[in-house]
Design a protein. Structure first.
Length: 307
Protein backbone atom coordinates (compact mmCIF):
# COMPACT_ATOMS: atom_id res chain seq x y z
CA UNK A 1 0.00 0.00 0.00
CA UNK A 2 1.33 3.40 -0.98
CA UNK A 3 1.00 5.10 2.41
CA UNK A 4 1.97 2.27 4.74
CA UNK A 5 3.66 3.66 7.84
CA UNK A 6 2.39 7.20 7.22
CA UNK A 7 0.20 9.14 9.65
CA UNK A 8 -2.45 11.61 8.48
CA UNK A 9 -4.78 14.17 10.04
CA UNK A 10 -7.99 15.00 8.18
CA UNK A 11 -10.02 17.86 9.62
CA UNK A 12 -13.79 17.83 9.18
CA UNK A 13 -13.70 14.12 8.36
CA UNK A 14 -16.77 12.83 10.14
CA UNK A 15 -18.86 12.72 6.98
CA UNK A 16 -19.01 13.77 3.33
CA UNK A 17 -15.85 14.62 1.44
CA UNK A 18 -13.67 14.62 4.55
CA UNK A 19 -14.74 11.09 5.45
CA UNK A 20 -14.00 9.92 1.91
CA UNK A 21 -10.49 11.39 2.18
CA UNK A 22 -9.86 9.74 5.55
CA UNK A 23 -11.13 6.37 4.34
CA UNK A 24 -9.01 6.46 1.18
CA UNK A 25 -5.86 7.45 3.08
CA UNK A 26 -6.49 4.55 5.46
CA UNK A 27 -7.17 2.20 2.52
CA UNK A 28 -3.76 3.14 1.16
CA UNK A 29 -2.16 2.24 4.50
CA UNK A 30 -2.05 5.47 6.50
CA UNK A 31 -3.11 5.73 10.14
CA UNK A 32 -5.64 8.55 10.40
CA UNK A 33 -6.63 11.13 12.99
CA UNK A 34 -10.28 11.88 12.29
CA UNK A 35 -11.82 15.20 13.34
CA UNK A 36 -15.40 16.37 13.80
CA UNK A 37 -17.38 18.55 16.20
CA UNK A 38 -19.77 15.71 17.08
CA UNK A 39 -18.60 12.72 19.10
CA UNK A 40 -21.04 10.20 17.59
CA UNK A 41 -20.16 11.27 14.05
CA UNK A 42 -16.43 11.05 14.77
CA UNK A 43 -16.83 7.62 16.39
CA UNK A 44 -18.78 6.34 13.39
CA UNK A 45 -16.05 7.59 11.04
CA UNK A 46 -13.36 5.85 13.08
CA UNK A 47 -15.42 2.65 13.14
CA UNK A 48 -15.83 2.70 9.34
CA UNK A 49 -12.05 2.80 8.95
CA UNK A 50 -11.26 0.21 11.63
CA UNK A 51 -13.95 -2.16 10.34
CA UNK A 52 -12.29 -2.01 6.93
CA UNK A 53 -8.95 -3.02 8.44
CA UNK A 54 -7.44 0.44 8.93
CA UNK A 55 -6.23 2.42 11.90
CA UNK A 56 -7.92 5.60 13.14
CA UNK A 57 -8.50 7.70 16.22
CA UNK A 58 -10.64 10.79 16.73
CA UNK A 59 -10.29 14.31 18.06
CA UNK A 60 -13.63 16.01 18.69
CA UNK A 61 -13.12 19.78 18.51
CA UNK A 62 -14.00 22.75 16.27
CA UNK A 63 -11.30 23.76 13.82
CA UNK A 64 -10.13 27.37 14.01
CA UNK A 65 -8.48 27.85 17.41
CA UNK A 66 -4.79 27.10 17.85
CA UNK A 67 -5.74 24.81 20.72
CA UNK A 68 -7.54 22.47 18.31
CA UNK A 69 -4.59 22.42 15.93
CA UNK A 70 -2.31 21.48 18.81
CA UNK A 71 -4.68 18.72 19.97
CA UNK A 72 -4.81 17.24 16.47
CA UNK A 73 -1.05 17.16 16.01
CA UNK A 74 -0.49 15.88 19.55
CA UNK A 75 -2.99 13.08 18.87
CA UNK A 76 -1.00 11.99 15.81
CA UNK A 77 2.28 11.87 17.74
CA UNK A 78 0.84 10.45 20.96
CA UNK A 79 -1.09 7.69 19.17
CA UNK A 80 1.10 6.86 16.18
CA UNK A 81 4.46 8.49 16.92
CA UNK A 82 4.71 10.79 13.90
CA UNK A 83 2.89 13.00 11.38
CA UNK A 84 3.31 12.90 7.61
CA UNK A 85 0.08 14.24 6.08
CA UNK A 86 -2.38 16.99 6.91
CA UNK A 87 -5.64 17.47 4.99
CA UNK A 88 -7.51 20.64 5.99
CA UNK A 89 -11.09 19.96 5.00
CA UNK A 90 -13.19 21.36 7.88
CA UNK A 91 -15.67 24.04 6.86
CA UNK A 92 -19.05 25.66 7.39
CA UNK A 93 -21.38 27.72 5.21
CA UNK A 94 -23.27 30.92 6.02
CA UNK A 95 -24.55 31.87 2.56
CA UNK A 96 -26.32 35.16 1.98
CA UNK A 97 -25.90 38.21 -0.26
CA UNK A 98 -23.49 40.97 0.69
CA UNK A 99 -26.06 43.44 2.04
CA UNK A 100 -27.60 40.80 4.32
CA UNK A 101 -24.36 39.19 5.53
CA UNK A 102 -23.74 39.82 9.23
CA UNK A 103 -20.38 40.14 10.94
CA UNK A 104 -21.01 36.73 12.49
CA UNK A 105 -21.80 35.17 9.08
CA UNK A 106 -18.51 36.47 7.75
CA UNK A 107 -16.35 35.78 10.80
CA UNK A 108 -17.63 32.23 11.34
CA UNK A 109 -16.75 31.11 7.82
CA UNK A 110 -13.39 32.88 7.80
CA UNK A 111 -12.52 31.45 11.22
CA UNK A 112 -13.17 27.82 10.30
CA UNK A 113 -11.97 27.75 6.68
CA UNK A 114 -9.16 30.30 6.55
CA UNK A 115 -7.93 30.65 10.12
CA UNK A 116 -8.51 26.93 10.74
CA UNK A 117 -6.38 26.05 7.74
CA UNK A 118 -3.67 28.45 8.92
CA UNK A 119 -3.55 27.24 12.53
CA UNK A 120 -3.55 23.55 11.58
CA UNK A 121 -0.91 23.97 8.88
CA UNK A 122 1.30 26.10 11.15
CA UNK A 123 1.24 23.45 13.88
CA UNK A 124 1.68 20.52 11.49
CA UNK A 125 4.46 22.16 9.49
CA UNK A 126 6.34 23.08 12.66
CA UNK A 127 6.28 19.49 13.88
CA UNK A 128 7.06 18.08 10.42
CA UNK A 129 10.13 20.31 10.21
CA UNK A 130 11.26 19.11 13.63
CA UNK A 131 10.66 15.51 12.54
CA UNK A 132 12.93 16.19 9.57
CA UNK A 133 11.41 13.73 7.08
CA UNK A 134 9.34 16.02 4.88
CA UNK A 135 5.57 15.95 4.72
CA UNK A 136 2.42 16.67 2.77
CA UNK A 137 0.04 19.61 3.29
CA UNK A 138 -3.20 19.22 1.34
CA UNK A 139 -5.75 22.01 1.66
CA UNK A 140 -9.25 22.03 0.22
CA UNK A 141 -10.27 24.93 -1.99
CA UNK A 142 -13.40 25.45 -4.08
CA UNK A 143 -14.45 26.66 -7.53
CA UNK A 144 -16.05 29.55 -5.60
CA UNK A 145 -12.61 30.66 -4.46
CA UNK A 146 -11.35 30.48 -8.04
CA UNK A 147 -14.29 32.09 -9.84
CA UNK A 148 -16.68 33.61 -7.27
CA UNK A 149 -20.28 32.64 -6.57
CA UNK A 150 -23.45 34.59 -5.81
CA UNK A 151 -24.21 34.76 -2.08
CA UNK A 152 -20.81 33.49 -0.92
CA UNK A 153 -18.68 36.52 -0.08
CA UNK A 154 -17.29 34.87 3.05
CA UNK A 155 -16.70 31.44 1.49
CA UNK A 156 -15.11 32.90 -1.66
CA UNK A 157 -12.74 35.02 0.42
CA UNK A 158 -11.73 32.07 2.57
CA UNK A 159 -11.18 29.65 -0.31
CA UNK A 160 -9.26 32.18 -2.39
CA UNK A 161 -7.14 32.95 0.66
CA UNK A 162 -6.33 29.28 1.15
CA UNK A 163 -4.90 29.02 -2.37
CA UNK A 164 -2.87 32.17 -1.76
CA UNK A 165 -1.42 30.66 1.41
CA UNK A 166 -0.58 27.42 -0.40
CA UNK A 167 1.54 29.26 -2.96
CA UNK A 168 3.45 30.92 -0.13
CA UNK A 169 3.86 27.73 1.89
CA UNK A 170 5.20 25.87 -1.14
CA UNK A 171 8.13 28.30 -1.16
CA UNK A 172 8.62 28.46 2.59
CA UNK A 173 8.50 24.67 3.17
CA UNK A 174 10.41 23.51 0.10
CA UNK A 175 13.74 23.21 1.89
CA UNK A 176 12.14 20.95 4.50
CA UNK A 177 10.75 18.62 1.84
CA UNK A 178 7.17 19.51 2.69
CA UNK A 179 4.79 20.02 -0.21
CA UNK A 180 1.68 22.21 -0.08
CA UNK A 181 -1.19 21.96 -2.55
CA UNK A 182 -4.87 22.85 -2.84
CA UNK A 183 -7.49 20.44 -4.12
CA UNK A 184 -10.51 22.02 -5.85
CA UNK A 185 -13.27 19.38 -5.57
CA UNK A 186 -16.51 19.26 -7.55
CA UNK A 187 -18.73 16.59 -6.01
CA UNK A 188 -22.12 15.70 -4.64
CA UNK A 189 -22.30 17.14 -1.13
CA UNK A 190 -24.97 18.38 1.25
CA UNK A 191 -24.63 21.78 -0.43
CA UNK A 192 -25.05 20.59 -4.02
CA UNK A 193 -27.92 18.32 -2.98
CA UNK A 194 -30.09 21.44 -2.60
CA UNK A 195 -29.32 22.79 -6.10
CA UNK A 196 -32.00 21.78 -8.64
CA UNK A 197 -29.49 21.73 -11.49
CA UNK A 198 -27.69 18.77 -9.89
CA UNK A 199 -30.85 16.89 -8.85
CA UNK A 200 -30.49 14.03 -11.35
CA UNK A 201 -26.84 13.49 -10.38
CA UNK A 202 -27.58 13.54 -6.65
CA UNK A 203 -30.54 11.22 -7.22
CA UNK A 204 -28.32 8.68 -8.95
CA UNK A 205 -25.64 8.95 -6.26
CA UNK A 206 -28.17 8.36 -3.48
CA UNK A 207 -29.42 5.24 -5.28
CA UNK A 208 -25.87 3.94 -5.69
CA UNK A 209 -26.18 4.24 -9.47
CA UNK A 210 -23.58 5.74 -11.85
CA UNK A 211 -24.07 9.45 -12.46
CA UNK A 212 -25.06 10.39 -16.01
CA UNK A 213 -22.13 11.08 -18.31
CA UNK A 214 -23.27 14.71 -18.76
CA UNK A 215 -22.41 15.38 -15.12
CA UNK A 216 -19.28 13.23 -14.84
CA UNK A 217 -17.69 14.21 -18.15
CA UNK A 218 -19.14 17.51 -19.31
CA UNK A 219 -19.32 19.17 -15.88
CA UNK A 220 -16.62 17.22 -14.07
CA UNK A 221 -19.11 16.56 -11.27
CA UNK A 222 -18.96 13.28 -9.38
CA UNK A 223 -18.88 11.60 -5.99
CA UNK A 224 -16.74 12.16 -2.92
CA UNK A 225 -14.83 9.01 -3.84
CA UNK A 226 -13.83 10.62 -7.15
CA UNK A 227 -11.95 13.31 -5.21
CA UNK A 228 -10.33 11.03 -2.63
CA UNK A 229 -7.91 9.47 -5.10
CA UNK A 230 -6.26 12.83 -5.78
CA UNK A 231 -5.90 13.50 -2.05
CA UNK A 232 -4.19 10.15 -1.55
CA UNK A 233 -1.92 10.76 -4.55
CA UNK A 234 -0.82 14.16 -3.25
CA UNK A 235 -0.12 12.52 0.12
CA UNK A 236 2.18 9.94 -1.45
CA UNK A 237 5.84 9.83 -2.42
CA UNK A 238 4.72 9.78 -6.05
CA UNK A 239 3.74 13.46 -5.68
CA UNK A 240 7.00 14.61 -4.10
CA UNK A 241 7.58 17.02 -6.99
CA UNK A 242 4.08 18.54 -6.92
CA UNK A 243 3.80 21.66 -4.78
CA UNK A 244 2.20 25.11 -4.85
CA UNK A 245 -0.57 23.89 -7.15
CA UNK A 246 -4.36 24.19 -7.25
CA UNK A 247 -5.69 20.97 -8.77
CA UNK A 248 -9.33 20.41 -9.60
CA UNK A 249 -11.02 17.04 -9.69
CA UNK A 250 -14.55 15.79 -10.08
CA UNK A 251 -16.25 12.97 -11.92
CA UNK A 252 -14.09 12.01 -14.91
CA UNK A 253 -12.21 15.34 -15.03
CA UNK A 254 -8.84 16.44 -13.66
CA UNK A 255 -7.77 20.09 -13.99
CA UNK A 256 -4.67 22.12 -13.18
CA UNK A 257 -5.76 25.66 -12.33
CA UNK A 258 -3.50 28.49 -13.50
CA UNK A 259 -1.86 31.01 -11.23
CA UNK A 260 -3.25 34.51 -11.88
CA UNK A 261 -1.39 36.02 -14.83
CA UNK A 262 -1.91 39.25 -16.80
CA UNK A 263 -4.09 38.64 -19.85
CA UNK A 264 -3.54 42.07 -21.43
CA UNK A 265 -0.69 44.57 -21.12
CA UNK A 266 -0.49 48.08 -22.51
CA UNK A 267 2.04 50.90 -22.15
CA UNK A 268 1.64 54.65 -22.48
CA UNK A 269 4.48 57.11 -22.23
CA UNK A 270 3.90 59.37 -19.26
CA UNK A 271 1.55 56.91 -17.57
CA UNK A 272 -2.18 56.30 -17.51
CA UNK A 273 -4.11 59.42 -16.64
CA UNK A 274 -7.87 59.47 -16.14
CA UNK A 275 -8.33 61.03 -19.59
CA UNK A 276 -6.10 58.42 -21.24
CA UNK A 277 -8.04 55.59 -19.59
CA UNK A 278 -11.39 57.04 -20.69
CA UNK A 279 -10.10 57.25 -24.22
CA UNK A 280 -8.22 53.97 -24.52
CA UNK A 281 -9.11 51.46 -21.77
CA UNK A 282 -11.52 49.33 -23.82
CA UNK A 283 -9.27 49.21 -26.86
CA UNK A 284 -6.11 48.45 -24.90
CA UNK A 285 -7.53 45.86 -22.50
CA UNK A 286 -9.92 44.10 -24.86
CA UNK A 287 -12.37 41.47 -23.59
CA UNK A 288 -12.81 41.50 -19.82
CA UNK A 289 -12.55 38.41 -17.66
CA UNK A 290 -15.74 36.57 -16.73
CA UNK A 291 -16.89 36.01 -13.15
CA UNK A 292 -18.72 33.05 -11.65
CA UNK A 293 -19.44 29.80 -13.44
CA UNK A 294 -21.86 29.30 -16.32
CA UNK A 295 -23.33 25.82 -16.68
CA UNK A 296 -24.60 24.47 -20.01
CA UNK A 297 -28.34 23.73 -20.31
CA UNK A 298 -29.39 20.40 -18.84
CA UNK A 299 -30.39 17.76 -21.39
CA UNK A 300 -34.15 17.17 -21.34
CA UNK A 301 -33.81 13.70 -19.81
CA UNK A 302 -31.93 15.13 -16.82
CA UNK A 303 -34.44 17.88 -16.07
CA UNK A 304 -36.22 17.52 -12.72
CA UNK A 305 -39.23 19.47 -11.49
CA UNK A 306 -38.30 22.23 -9.06
CA UNK A 307 -39.90 22.30 -5.64
Amino acid sequence: MTLTGKVAIVTGSGRGLGLAYAQELARQGASVVVNDVDQATADAAVASIVDAGGQATAVVAPVGPTETATRLVDAAFDTYGRLDILVTNAGVLRDTVLWKMSDDDFDTVINVHLRGTFTCVREAATRMREQGEGGRIITIGSPTGQRGNFGQTNYAAAKAGIVGMVRTWAMELKKAGITANAVIPVAATAMTATVPYFAAAVEADEKGEPMPSFFRHDLGFGTAADVAGLVAFLASDAAAGVTGQAIGVGGDRLQLWSHPEPVATAYREGGWTYEALVESFAAEVGELQSVGETFPPLPDELQRPQA
